[in-house]
Design a protein around this ligand. Structure first.
Ligand SMILES: *[C@@H]1O[C@H](CO)[C@@H](O)[C@H](O)[C@H]1NC(C)=O
Ligand SMILES: *[C@@H]1O[C@H](CO)[C@@H](O)[C@H](O)[C@H]1NC(C)=O
Length: 264
């Protein structure tokens, strides 16, 4: 009897664990090309981890993998935990993302929407340069260090209503490769692609213009005869014009004569 109960309990726990096995995950490489960097780790926001009609705030805790104390304390900061080496600290707080509004794969792939999707879909640990008097402080992580993350959901009391599992350890990049510091997609890669295409198109037009100019200068003799013909034509029209002016002049002298008649 007892054994059967334990088996049931085990089955129930297994099912519960499978249903609840939600962990913070690295953001998709479609959206964050350089992730992690030396000082940042971008995570997917916890969509549909916990669905509730009430207002729920998500706290993202960060801890170094070698820390032994995993007590969750809302007041822990980066400074008080020595960068997460003593205990987990709160790196970010945001309202529980709306499960009905999960970004779609097409949105994640859509380059024009990347910045909007990023802020909606991604939380970036280590994003803040300056944390003076800012709480929670989300300052740069240390390079080549393994960190672990957990999402904890608080109601307005605030009391914990749900929490994810701890993430597996995720390493920041090793220092040296300066190209990987703070490269945020959408800013650099996209801009550079657009700029490069514009420049190559412009180069093509400049070259085409150069070729056209060379061809015209080779064909120069034929254009010379054309201008001579044009010159002769204009020289013909000049006497015509003077005739017209003369006619007009005589006409005006007639009207002058009339007016002088009237005055007399
Ligand atoms: C954990 O790792 C960090 C970074 O390498 C180091 O500064 C700290 O001393 C380590 N803490 C322990 C308890 O080993
Ligand atoms: C673990 O961390 C919590 C919160 O930072 C602290 O209150 C507690 O004393 C720590 N426990 C140990 C054994 O250091």
């Amino acid at each position: 009897m007892g054994g059967f109960q334990y088996l049931l309990l085990f089955a129930w726990l297994l099912q519960k664990n499978l249903a609840v096995a939600v962990v913070p995950l690295l953001a998709s490489s479609n959206i964050c090309k350089f992730n992690p960097t030396q000082t940042t780790i971008a995570l997917e926001k916890p969509y549909c981890f916990y669905v509730s009609p009430n207002a729920v705030t998500v706290y993202l805790y960060v801890v170094m993998n070698n820390a032994t104390n995993l007590t969750l304390d809302q007041t822990n900061t980066l400074t008080s935990t020595e960068g997460g080496s003593k205990a987990p600290y709160v790196a970010a707080m945001f309202s529980n993302p709306n499960c009905m509004d999960t970004p779609t794969i097409s949105q994640i792939y859509d380059f024009s929407q990347v910045q909007t999707t990023l802020n909606k879909y991604v939380v970036r640990v280590g994003n803040d340069e300056n944390c003076f008097n800012v709480n929670p402080c989300n300052k740069a992580l240390k390079s080549n260090v393994a960190y672990r993350f957990i999402y904890v959901f608080y109601n307005s009391t605030p009391a914990i209503v749900f929490q994810s599992e701890w993430s597996p350890p995720i390493y920041t990049k090793q220092g040296k490769d300066s190209g990987s510091i703070d490269t945020w997609p959408g800013r650099r890669s996209g801009g550079m692609i657009v700029l490069t295409s514009i420049l190559s198109v412009l180069t093509f037009f400049v070259l085409a213009g150069l070729v056209a100019a060379i061809i015209t200068s080779i064909m120069a003799p034929s254009t010379n005869t054309e201008t001579r013909r044009h010159e002769t034509r204009t020289s013909h029209t000049v006497p015509q014009k003077t005739d017209e002016v003369a006619e007009y002049a005589t006409a005006s002298s007639i009207s002058e004569r009339y007016s002088s008649n009237l005055q007399a």
